[in-house]
Design a protein. Sequence first.
Length: 293
Amino acid sequence: MTNSLLTSPEPWKERASAAKDQQYGRKLYDYSAEVREPHFLEYRHLQRINLAELQNELAKQKAGFSKRKSVTPAELQALRTTLHSYSKSPNAFTRLPVPCICSVCQLTRHNTLEAEAIRDYEYILSLAQMTGSERDDRYNDLREAFPEVGLDASQPFNSLFRTFRPLATIANDPLRDLLKSILPRGLTWTRAEKARHVGEFIDHKTPEDVSPVVDGIARLVISVVAGAALIAPVVVMELGTRTVNKSLITTSVAVVVFAIALAFGVRASNTETLVSTATYAAVLVVFVGTSAP
């Protein structure tokens, strides 16, 4: 009996492997039960490796076409079908019982794989990114839940994290960033962001998202400044003796100041900046023309 156990270690290996799998399954279950919302490792480097490998395979196919100086109708049809219908049929080869190894199927397969890889990578980058203490918490949770993977010297969990959370609908700009830094934390931090970025809130850092209160105050400031930008030049032109030179100088200075404030205080496109400045200048010029002595 003893000799049999010594010469037949396979049952013990199978039991150890089964116990290890069961332990890992319990860790996986416990971790998934405690996760508040799904999150995903971006693995940007691995995505680039995958895309580079697929591109190299397609380059080899292209080189083959160039050497032969021709493309068969079957190859051309397969290429057209793949490039135009991959979004409707993500991977038709997963349904084939026996993989085909002919050149046409290999070309179609590589085109399909590259299209899927690009589409998947683009989708991952479109998701909201976890930052700051929220990202650090997810990273530490993964390392504690799966130490056999996370404690490796290569740090396989050290990547950017993405989540299904909707992207911020209110964009940041210099004015809103300034308001977030000077207003009380009770007005700048939302309840949801407090829960995500506990560390930053405790350290009195400014939030990443724009709260509804900050956005409302920013809109109020912009409205008041816009009204003052129209009234102030008119008042200056009407004070004292009214002359054409005085009105033109006042209008020129007001337009320059307005353009600078718009360019550095509000996030706007080139077209929006040009239209706003031209409209403001037109209003002042009309006033100068109608009120000239």
